[in-house]
Ligand binder design. Structure first.
Ligand code: ATP
Length: 337
């Protein structure tokens, strides 16, 4: 069987342990996976960060995929560097209730947040005008709106569901208006996929009250940022999910996909063998789905959920398993296609 080549960007803190866990699970798959490591640790970046990013960019471009582990932001932000170099325009963040993880919220969340990765209020830090006034420019560009909408509608069609676009289009009439206008253009190409707009503030309240009403949401950068964290709060964890960043061809097909766990570098537990690899394994599952092994990716996700639901948990979730024991529990639950 053809092997999958995965450039992996190794970072700081618990990065090495997370990577070991992914390698162990990869060995249990029915096809060979070859990892091509790139050292993106601060130790390396400190002494020549251009070379480190050049290597990461080249390897990811060569294979169209990459798996990124947590990196410390000391000087430059590795995520921002990679986004600029690889022209990531869309971030896909699935947020799902994890059975067996305590939450204050009783509703079941199974949500895909499709967020424009650039612009909004995040591209301009603003400037002071005199002592008491500051301004910043908010940027909405048609191209990433189009790409995000296309991604969302294709995803919704695959999942057999609709798309909700959300922004403050009644107030930000030009900027969010342009976003919603482009979503509507894309919607016309997907007559079988229902679409409606919802104002962002109302959507938050609606989501907290009835999360089961939401499947695929597409939104500009900053709203997507707020929404991702809010949804993670609903499922009881900021660090158990993964996200994917994509760049696209002119036809809207993904050129490059980079997958990364949501959590940070956790220097306080690095090297102790107790880190929870769930998010890294979910990132790997997303990568497999994207790389043409959809069933294997979904099987891996199911194995992770199954292990946690059965109480096979690492310490951060109230269990007692080490990183490698949890990894073994996941691997043993893999029901491969
Ligand atoms: P960074 O600056 O990279 O964000 P941080 O330690 O400030 O690092 P996180 O990495 O998000 O922020 O960690 C916050 C807390 O959650 C820490 O106590 C850390 O040990 C814990 N934590 C984070 N990731 C994991 C993980 N994968 N497994 C177990 N505990 C984790």
């Amino acid at each position: 069987m053809e092997r999958v080549i995965v450039p992996e960007l190794l970072g700081d803190g618990i990065s090495a342990e997370l990577s070991e866990s992914v390698h162990a699970v990869a060995k249990a798959l029915p096809f060979p996976v070859a990892f091509e490591p790139v050292d993106l640790s601060w130790e390396r970046r400190e002494h020549g960060f251009k070379e480190a990013y050049d290597e990461a960019e080249a390897k990811i471009r060569a294979h169209g995929i990459g798996l990124k582990y947590p990196t410390a932001t000391v000087r430059e932000s590795p995520n921002a560097q990679l986004r600029e170099r690889l022209h990531f325009s869309v971030i896909h963040r699935p947020v799902r209730t994890l059975p067996g993880v305590a939450t204050r919220h009783s509703g079941k969340v199974d949500l895909h947040i499709v967020r424009i990765a650039t612009g909004g209020t995040y591209d301009d830090a603003g400037r002071r005008i005199g002592k008491d006034v500051a301004v910043s420019v908010r940027v909405i560009e048609r191209k990433p709106c189009h790409e995000a909408a296309l991604f969302a509608f294709r995803l919704a069609r695959r999942l057999g569901t609709g798309v909700i676009s959300t922004s403050k289009y009644t107030i930000q009439r030009m900027t969010d208006g342009l976003f919603e206008e482009e979503v509507k253009v894309v919607a016309t190409k997907f007559p079988g996929v229902a679409h409606r707009c919802e104002l962002f503030d109302a959507l938050l309240a609606h989501l907290f009250m009835r999360p089961e009403d939401f499947q695929v949401i597409v939104t500009p950068n900053e709203y997507g940022d707020f929404l991702s964290d809010a949804a993670c709060g609903m499922i009881g964890s900021m660090g158990l999910g993964a996200s994917a960043s994509y760049s696209f061809s002119s036809e809207g097909d993904a050129l490059v996909g980079m997958f990364d766990p949501a959590g940070g570098t956790a220097p306080d537990i690095a090297g102790k063998g107790i880190a929870n690899p769930t998010a890294a394994l979910l990132a790997f599952a997303m990568l497999l789905e994207h790389a043409g092994h959809a069933e294997t990716g979904r099987a891996l996700e199911a194995a992770i959920h199954g292990a946690i639901e059965a109480g096979e948990k690492t310490r951060d979730l109230g269990g007692s398993l080490s990183t490698s024991d949890f990894t073994a529990a996941v691997a043993s639950r893999l029901k491969l296609p």
